[in-house]
Design a protein around this ligand. Structure first.
Ligand SMILES: NC(=O)c1ccc[n+]([C@@H]2O[C@H](COP(=O)([O-])OP(=O)(O)OC[C@H]3O[C@@H](n4cnc5c(N)ncnc54)[C@H](O)[C@@H]3O)[C@@H](O)[C@H]2O)c1
Ligand SMILES: [Zn+2]
Ligand SMILES: [Zn+2]
Length: 394
């Protein structure tokens, strides 16, 4: 089959690789029809190279049609339409029972001390072949895939794999009080979807980014927006000016470790990890920190005293300077983590209707073939050609 594979920093290719096969009676093989490219894939593209091997298959936002089921699978059959959550969760362990699917005890990676495995996401998370491919092997066939109806376009359901539950969890963890204001930092696919969910829930939303078409998309749906290029020195003052002098009740950071702006040291460290041999780069990243915390610092500034910061942006370092004095003094609550996809599916599914209150049908800016995926990665990273969300259609 054809698959999108990682070969090095900013080097993604389409290779012909062996078809996946059933390895456990509970496995299913899915023929992929749509597969998102995610901001998290850009971390692989840019800084997480030391944790990948050339040839690793990327992608964790897939959906498609069940092609084959293992002998132990009873709930799915060939021909069923399914969305695959980005985290491999068994659905039956203690953590899954708590709704903490990203911490699944069956797939936790004890050798790296990390949580549950992820499709297409580095040795830290199981090095599981990903879903930007023609076929995908999916374990836990009875509990992991989300069965969806035939009929509506893939775009209606594909975001159940990641964007929707991630944004839903980010807004839930933000805990915006009734009548409160949520600031969303970063208006990529995740931040954009956070603004839609929060407005749907009746909150006042202020989105922040520095890319014209991303600001415009969010403004067009009714949120207030602030252009960071105009407010790089006074974002906190500006938000306080819009919120009775106090600051936002809650902030979602949907940016993560490659934030624009902030410390040049981290930028140098990020580049260095791409040049060093993996054995040296891995501890540098894990112990010395590679994060550019600019967005997190902004969040700490714009949130009001006693407010909540909800991190959905991914951070990677260990020893980053956290302004503990300010966090403690402002009595800030911090919540974060990979999305627990199954925890939110029942809340989200009723919104995936023809009325389309969250605008998922038109959410993708680009649909590409597998062969076009490498170019799409580049344009997504460089934010060219109006690229916000790309779906690969194998
Ligand atoms: N927690 C999870 O389960 C989960 C799931 C999916 C994605 N993520 C993470 O969420 C983040 C966003 O993902 P995405 O797909 O929307 O990616 P993206 O890269 O398209 O979006 C990031 C946005 O942040 C903007 N930005 C950069 N620096 C900024 C700053 N200092 N202030 C405000 N905005 C800034 C960029 O212009 C861009 O629009 C990534 O870190 C990704 O890894 C987390
Ligand atoms: Zn994703
Ligand atoms: Zn589990």
């Amino acid at each position: 089959m054809k698959a999108v594979t990682w070969h090095g920093r900013r080097d993604v290719r389409v290779d012909t690789v062996p078809d996946p096969t059933i390895q456990d009676p509970r496995d299913v093989i899915v023929r992929i029809t749509s597969s998102g490219i995610c901001g998290s894939d850009l971390h692989l593209y840019e800084v997480l190279g030391p944790f990948l091997d050339p040839g690793d298959i990327l992608g964790h936002e897939p959906m498609g049609i069940v092609e084959e089921v293992g002998s132990g699978v009873t709930r799915l059959a060939a021909g069923d339409r399914v969305v695959i959550p980005f985290n491999l969760s068994c659905g039956t362990c203690w953590m899954c029972g708590q709704g903490l699917h990203s911490q699944c005890e069956t797939t936790q990676n004890h050798d790296h001390g990390t949580g549950g495995s992820l499709f297409g996401y580095t040795k830290l998370y199981g090095q599981v072949p990903g879903g930007q491919a023609e076929l995908l092997r999916v374990p836990f066939g009875d509990t992991l895939p989300i069965k969806v109806p035939h009929g509506p376009p893939d775009d209606r359901y594909v975001y159940l794999s990641d964007v929707l539950p991630t944004a839903w969890q980010a807004v839930a963890y933000a805990g915006v009080p009734d009548g409160g204001t949520l600031v969303v930092l970063g208006l990529g696919p995740i931040g954009d979807m956070c603004t839609r969910i929060a407005m749907h829930q009746g909150h006042r939303v202020i989105g922040v980014d520095l890319v014209d078409e991303r600001l415009a998309r969010v403004r067009a749906r009714g949120a207030e927006v602030l252009d960071l290029r105009e407010h790089d020195k006074d974002l906190g003052e500006t938000v306080r000016g819009l919120t009775g002098g106090r600051g936002a009740d809650a902030v979602v950071d949907a940016v993560g470790m490659e934030a624009h702006g902030g410390a040049p040291v981290a930028k140098i460290a990020q580049t260095a990890t791409g040049l060093l041999p993996d054995a040296l780069a891995r501890p540098l990243m894990q112990k010395a920190g590679i994060d550019r915390l600019h967005a997190l610092y902004l969040a700490i500034d714009v949130v009001r005293r006693g407010g909540t910061i909800s991190l959905s942006g991914v951070y990677g370092g260990m020893a980053d300077p956290m302004p503990m004095l300010t966090l403690f003094d402002k009595q800030i609550q911090l919540r974060m983590g990979q999305a627990n996809v199954h925890r939110w599916v029942d809340d989200i599914l009723p919104l995936l209707t023809d009325e389309d209150p969250l605008g998922v049908d038109g959410f993708a800016t680009h649909h590409v073939t597998l062969d076009e995926a490498p170019g799409a990665y580049e344009r997504f990273q460089k934010k060219q050609d109006g690229t916000v969300k790309v779906l690969v259609n194998p």
